[in-house]
Ligand binder design. Sequence first.
Ligand code: UP5
Ligand code: MG
Length: 190
Amino acid sequence: LDEKKVTVVFVLGGPGSGKGTQCANIVQHFGFTHLSAGDLLRAEIKSGSENGTMIQNMINEGKIVPSEVTIKLLQRAMRESGNNKFLIDGFPRNEENRAAFEAVTKIEPEFVLFFDCSEEEMERRLLSRNQGREDDNIETIRKRFKVFLESSLPVVEYYNVKGKVRKIDAAKPIEEVFEAVKAIFTSKDE
Ligand code: UP5
Ligand code: MG
């Protein structure tokens, strides 16, 4: 994987802000490969890997899995994709994730999409998602919100200082959010 020819966009936002939903739309219009760090970790649990139990315990507590685990999964998925444009969804989640990814891959994100949404709305969405995610219960959701505020928002702020954050009002209906997303990806191509 040649880091000089790779384009990465980090897609960040609180639990239930719509990262996965919008990434699916971006893939169809702009030719990116969508890599959800959470999805990769859940697949790792299912595969019966030696880290599976540890990952499962962390997810059920809303805690952040050590970066070396997540970065290995991301790197493998990038290599296997055959693409060179990636949406990395739900990563980096803390300062350690961010610094380790940069050190290991030498990749700097092109920009950071940040989905801004109130906790009330995110909670409503997660409680009605019904996709069988074990972390979609009110106790774990509260823990996920706390970790997001304490550990993940500082990463958004780090990139904001660098002028890399594209903030989107994610409380609007899905179609309206995607209009705002599209405008960002289109202006980037000009
Ligand atoms: N929905 C979406 N957009 C909507 C809109 N505009 N209006 C109304 N409804 C909308 O959406 C959530 C729900 O809302 C869906 O039902 C959708 O239809 C609806 P979704 O697109 O799934 O939101 P998303 O932001 O992707 O929510 P998700 O729950 O996936 O976010 P999290 O960040 O909580 O979950 P993730 O999978 O990234 O991580 C899970 C856990 O894995 C973490 O808590 C952590 O323990 C672990 N993890 C790590 O340790 N390290 C990592 O790097 C990544 C994850
Ligand atoms: Mg998601």
